[in-house]
Design a protein around this ligand. Structure first.
Ligand code: GBH
Length: 495
């Protein structure tokens, strides 16, 4: 009987995988789904040295090496959100956002990275932002670390130094003490796989330390320990009174195997484990690195004649602390690549360790950046991969978006969001993925790191030629506002 009802509903175009989903069309978001937009501190705030803020590794790198940026662009002023946050909240309100994902700048709170100086002006800034959001019925989703490490901590080595886990724990305590009464969604780190590259290559991610295949793994190790310590701290000292949730934002491309040969299917599994599993497996599966990662880095290290693996090991106690240290899995994804098995790249390097070669299928639609091809079906596949590999955790999509050169009538962005959100809804309503939220990247045109202000991700245009940094909605802002209001994606994106 149940099966027949389900079949009948499917014929009507209604997903019925779960009893609760039966009444929902495939293009509808589940009740309570959290729709909103995202930004990060260094990319929007500006005021890089105002009111007691300390220098971050991005301030430092782009000041010392403007050639690592685009036309000398840096985050000194950016969108000036430090002064114009009320306009950001207004934009979110117009969008009908239920959540706003932003990050807190560690050196704005602790200019030296340590507790010797706690910058009240920085605390006031985030209090004002959080209070204004709540007055407008917008829930804050707060990232503790979106890549702007206090430079003072880089002077002691940055993330490869294990002591950074303790500094991060103490910083997190300041955040819980000051904001935890009102912030109920926390993520510790944004996309560690991206920022640990700052310890493997120069000229890209800060702090631009060229310890390829070594520094990145040491940083990885500290970051995972730091994350777990913060989760346990919250559990032990804050959860009972603050009742929030803590996760970590991990990210990966989808990788489509070059063909169905076994070695290329194995390469697909490897790259996903190296890019996503490196962080997700310890936290969401069993407290340790994926077996294939452990084995390959250990073997390569041995073959290179090293007395130790370039990838450190957790103690049993650390494994217990790390295993299960999250309430939800926050996830960023933008695009898809093709992968095949190969021993490729510098030795030693993360890329070589993956045992893969990866490229873009040039027949997939382009965007304003070579690294982002528009591949909506890959989004559904990667959501399903995450949901089957880490089944016990709700998924919050914290970033997804489209890059162009900034036109107000941004039809490319509209098409991207329509298609990607449709694929996400298929993953939710047809495949049963437990996705609970989605924040579009990005609320504003902002500093796209090394690519500067020339390329744009915003659904709001920002006039970087005006000291006012005027915000203007693009066509995509009203498109998303319609989706957020109706809690559904137009049917045309499902054909
Ligand atoms: C996210 O990273 C970040 O969290 C966010 O801050 C950022 O603005 C957003 O995506 C858009 O990039 O220039 O060819 O060397 C996503 C992963 C990794 C994608 C670095 C772009 C640079 C490729 N990003 N990558 S390239």
């Amino acid at each position: 009987m149940a099966a027949r009802v389900s079949l009948y509903l499917e014929i009507l175009g209604v997903a019925c995988l779960l009893a609760t989903a039966c009444a929902r069309e495939v293009n509808q978001f589940p009740e309570g789904f959290l729709l909103g937009a995202a930004t990060s501190s260094y990319q929007i705030e500006g005021a890089w040295n105002e009111d007691g803020k300390g220098e971050s590794i991005w301030d430092h790198m782009l000041h010392e090496h403007p050639e690592y940026g685009n036309n000398g662009d840096n985050g000194d002023v950016a969108c000036d959100s430090y002064h114009k946050y009320a306009e950001d909240v207004q934009a979110l309100k117009e969008l009908g956002a239920k959540v706003y994902r932003f990050s807190i700048s560690w050196p704005r709170i602790l200019p030296n990275g340590d507790l010797d100086v706690i910058n009240q002006a920085g605390i006031d800034y985030y209090n004002n932002l959080i209070n204004l959001l709540l007055e407008n019925d917008i829930q804050p989703v707060v990232t503790m670390y979106h890549w702007d490490l206090p430079q003072a901590l880089q002077y002691i080595g940055g993330w490869p130094n294990p002591i950074l886990a303790d500094y991060f724990l103490e910083y997190a305590r300041v955040l819980f003490d000051n904001f935890g009464d009102r912030v109920k969604w926390w993520t510790t780190f944004n996309e560690p796989i991206t920022f640990v590259r700052g310890y493997s290559t120069s000229g890209g991610q800060a702090p631009s330390q060229k310890a390829r295949g070594i520094g990145n793994y040491l940083a990885t190790h500290t970051v995972i320990r730091a994350h777990a310590k913060v989760y346990r701290l919250y559990d032990e000292q804050y959860r009972s009174t603050q009742n929030g949730r803590i996760g970590i934002t991990v990210g990966t491309n989808w990788y489509e195997p070059y063909n169905d040969e076994e070695e290329n299917l194995a390469a697909q599994e490897r790259i996903l484990q190296f890019e996503l599993g490196l962080f997700a497996n310890p936290i969401f599966v069993d407290g340790d690195y994926p077996a294939v990662v452990r084995e390959r880095v250990d073997n390569n290290s041995r073959a290179e004649g090293r007395p130790r693996s370039r990838l450190p090991s957790f103690t049993d106690e650390e494994k217990r602390m790390i295993n299960g240290s999250a309430d939800f899995l926050a996830f960023n994804s933008y695009t898809t690549m093709v992968v095949r098995s190969a021993e490729f790249g510098f030795s030693p390097s993360w890329g070589r360790d993956t045992g893969t070669y990866r490229w873009y299928n040039l027949s997939w639609p382009a965007s304003g950046a070579t690294w982002l091809r528009v591949v909506p079906w890959g989004f559904r596949k990667v959501i399903n991969w995450v949901s089957t590999r880490y089944p016990n955790y709700p998924i919050f999509i914290t970033e997804n978006g489209y890059i162009d050169s900034g036109e107000l009538d941004d039809q490319g962005r509209i098409s991207y969001y329509g298609q990607y959100m449709a694929e996400m809804l298929k993953a939710i309503n047809e495949d049963g993925a437990n996705v609970i939220g989605y924040t579009a990247w990005s609320l504003l045109d902002n500093l796209e790191w090394n690519s500067g202000y020339e390329v744009k991700f915003g659904i709001y245009h920002v006039d970087f030629n005006s000291t006012e940094r005027t915000r203007t909605p693009k066509a995509s802002a009203s498109f998303l506002a319609g989706i957020y209001r109706n809690m559904s994606v137009p049917e045309e994106y499902f054909t």
